[in-house]
Write a protein that binds this ligand. Structure first.
Ligand code: ZN
Length: 409
């Protein structure tokens, strides 16, 4: 379910980087998570990220909000999908360096349900790496995060933590973890003009021999990394479900990964087989798409479950069942047809036919027991001729790809 706050909550304090006073009011809303400053709206999505150096900065049309990650983490961690964050000042107040003040207040005011919701997820494993850092995600029916930090440091060499993100566990075990800094890095950070408002009141300081102030958990730093990741993942603009593992990452890698998830994941709407049958005329044994998991103006993703009961396996081949490659192409094209008729309701009586297939490649055979993902992207939209790039893949990788031209008559 989509959720917003039952009523507004306000926070005041200094920003950790600018050192200036700010105020943020979290208000009930029903169109995702957005910031509002000087009367202008900045959607809390990765597209508006302009800096990831030690904090996340959003900017749209010259209006800028710094250090958005902890309040976004509190919202995401507490299951809030919609909120308007009204900001005064340059930066979101750091409070005690954690997300606990935000998360606790969100719990106290309670939430209001806004109706059903499509999660965002992924179809198969995705991975990105940077020097010394790596992040990957795999499908899951809930949000799970595994994080490892590895430093060449005498006191803090490495920490690891694995969490299933639910409001109660988030509030008690993640939200209280404060931002941390190594004492020896402080000079360089000040030189960059950052951390002007930083102090032992809002950051955990790590010296060569130990924590300079009392830690809240023995592994507080890695918990804060999870807190940051939950905030950065909120920049997807949808509640994400999947298992994310990250080693040695930071805001930069997190935000890059969010973009990667956006380009390769699914965001609904989901269409079941009955809905698919309303859109395309194909029927047994030639309806080759079981479900649609992503559908927008220019991209669609469908799923086909491959079972040995498929008619073609009995002759293709009696001793080695392989899905005919041309049927894989047909299945991709059907996802394209579903996308076309979904957006062109007035053309539903028409029949879609192939007009061309170019640059077709078959990479590997599809066998019973596999789940086939079918993805199309529109290259040239049209009402009569449509040109699309299509590909099919399983968990093992790409199966087939090509450029499809279809005529709808
Ligand atoms: Zn942080």
């Amino acid at each position: 379910m989509r959720r917003t706050l039952a009523k507004e909550v306000a926070f005041e304090g200094i920003g950790i980087h600018t050192g200036t006073k700010g105020r943020i009011v979290i208000k009930p809303y029903d169109q995702g998570i957005v910031f509002q400053k000087e009367g202008r709206i900045i959607p809390a999505t990765y597209e508006y990220v302009v800096s990831t150096e030690r904090r996340v900065v959003l900017e749209k049309d010259g209006v800028r909000v710094e250090t958005v990650e902890h309040v976004l983490s509190a919202l995401n961690g507490m299951g809030i999908t919609d909120a308007l964050l009204e900001v005064e000042g340059d930066e979101v107040p750091i409070m005690d360096g954690s997300a606990y003040t935000f998360a606790k207040a969100i719990k106290e005011v309670g939430y209001r349900e806004l109706g059903s919701y499509e999660h965002a997820g992924i179809l198969n494993r995705l991975e990105l790496s940077e020097t010394k850092a790596r992040i990957h995600a795999e499908p899951s029916d809930k949000l799970e995060v595994a994080y490892a930090i590895v430093y060449e440091h005498s006191f803090l060499p490495s920490q690891f933590k694995l969490m299933t993100v639910e409001p109660e566990t988030y509030l008690n075990f993640i939200a209280p973890a404060r931002t941390f800094v190594f004492e020896e890095e402080l000079e360089e950070i000040y030189q960059k003009g950052l951390a002007k408002g930083g102090s032992l009141e809002n950051a955990l300081v790590i010296t060569k021999d130990g924590y300079a102030n009392e830690p809240r958990f023995p592994d507080e730093p890695v918990r804060h990394k999870i807190l940051d990741l939950i905030g950065d993942i909120a920049l997807l603009g949808r509640k994400f479900i999947g298992r994310i593992s990250c080693i040695g990452g930071g805001h930069n890698l997190h935000v890059k990964f969010v973009k990667h998830l956006y380009e390769h994941g699914w965001f609904g709407p989901t269409l079941d087989i009955e809905h698919i049958k309303e859109l395309i005329p194909h029927r047994y044994p030639f309806l080759l798409v079981d479900r649609i998991v992503h559908l927008d103006e220019s991209r669609a993703v469908g799923i086909k479950a491959i079972t040995y009961n498929e008619q073609h396996f009995h002759g293709h081949f009696p001793n080695f069942a392989v899905m005919p490659g041309v049927l894989v192409l047909e299945a991709i094209a059907q996802v394209g047809a579903i996308m076309f008729f979904y957006h062109n309701k007035d053309r539903r009586e028409s029949i879609p036919l192939f007009a061309g297939l170019d640059e077709v490649k078959f990479r590997r055979p599809v066998r019973p027991g596999e789940l086939l993902y079918l993805e199309v992207k529109v290259l040239r939209p049209g009402k009569r001729f449509i040109r699309m790039e299509g590909r099919a893949y399983t968990e093992e990788g790409i199966v087939a790809q090509g450029i499809f031209t279809a005529v709808v008559s």
